[in-house]
Design a protein around this ligand. Structure first.
Ligand SMILES: Nc1ncnc2c1ncn2[C@@H]1O[C@H](COP(=O)(O)OP(=O)(O)OP(=O)(O)O)[C@@H](O)[C@H]1O
Ligand SMILES: [Mg+2]
Length: 259
């Protein structure tokens, strides 16, 4: 493990902060494929953590466990002090409305307009906003946060890749989640659009004071967006630290990442 002075100092500072998410000893295998082998993570209020790991290392599996889309074999996941794995469906749904999930790719519903895409989570999580007769103000606010109010009535097929990602982000934001999970937010986008999305992620964090987990291959995204990084290697949180600390690490496996 690459534990550095800085990380320890940070850990001291975090003691006074609220723990939003805690993963302990998470394990998941598919037959002989042991994907997660005891992964740990702590995410504090207002913090952004980037998780990097090579393709197939289990990043998406981890995030799916976090939102209850996949059941881990063992381990604990605590979200805002509630134990995710012991919740019944109703409690799980309620907790889910506090967690925004930006899927890998944008995963918009192709047969729905932008507005309908954004209304979808509002209908699913009625307990949070009640039975809304007019969703327009919430839809407009979310679209405004990503600079796309004019796209309200467009179909996904009429949007560029960057616009789709923005709409997906607006759909994530509309429930005003306390935690946002981003699975490869910039993949498939050109460098300029990627930069815009990264800016947007930062402005959203400032505006709503969310905590984020960001999974990315994009080294620029990792550098700009996070205070702390975790490298997922061999199914564990193999190394942690700031971008600069990890970049200058002498560990062979860590070094391989920055080549
Ligand atoms: N539902 C599933 N059934 C069986 N194996 C699975 C399933 N989901 C994921 N896996 C396996 O788990 C491993 C990790 O997959 P995962 O999608 O988490 O990788 P990843 O780190 O997100 O990769 P990428 O960077 O390419 O998105 C892979 O070997 C994959 O084949
Ligand atoms: Mg993935």
């Amino acid at each position: 493990m690459d534990e550095t002075k800085h990380t320890r100092k940070k850990a001291e500072a975090n003691k006074s902060k609220k723990l939003m998410l805690e993963i302990k000893d998470l394990r998941k295998s598919f037959g002989d494929n042991h994907v997660l082998n005891g992964f740990n993570l702590e995410l504090f209020e207002g913090e952004n953590i980037v998780i990097m790991g090579k393709s197939g290392s289990g990043k998406s599996v981890m995030i799916k466990c976090l939102v209850g889309l996949m059941a881990p074999d063992s381990g604990t996941i605590k979200i805002m002090d509630r134990n995710l794995l012991g919740l019944d469906q109703r409690a799980l749904d309620e907790l889910r409305s506090e967690i925004g999930f930006l899927f890998q790719g944008s995963a918009l519903y192709d047969s729905m307009t932008v507005k309908e895409n954004l209304e979808f989570p509002l209908r699913r999580h009625k307990h949070k906003f009640g039975d809304l007769t007019d969703t327009t103000p919430l839809v407009q606010e979310a679209l405004d946060s990503v600079g796309l109010v004019h796209a309200l009535n467009l179909m996904p097929s009429e949007l560029s890749g960057g616009m789709k990602r923005r709409v997906a982000l607006a759909r994530t934001l509309i429930l005003k989640p306390k935690i946002i999970l981003y699975d490869e937010p910039t993949s498939g986008l050109d460098p300029i659009t990627s930069k815009e999305i990264i800016e947007l992620m930062r402005s959203i964090q400032n505006k709503y004071n969310t905590s984020s987990l960001i999974i990315t291959h994009d080294v620029d995204c990792a550098r700009v967006v996070s205070e702390r990084m975790i490298l997922l290697i061999d199914g564990i949180n193999y190394a942690e630290g700031t971008f600069d600390e990890l970049k200058t690490s002498n560990d062979k496996k860590v070094k391989a990442f920055f080549k």
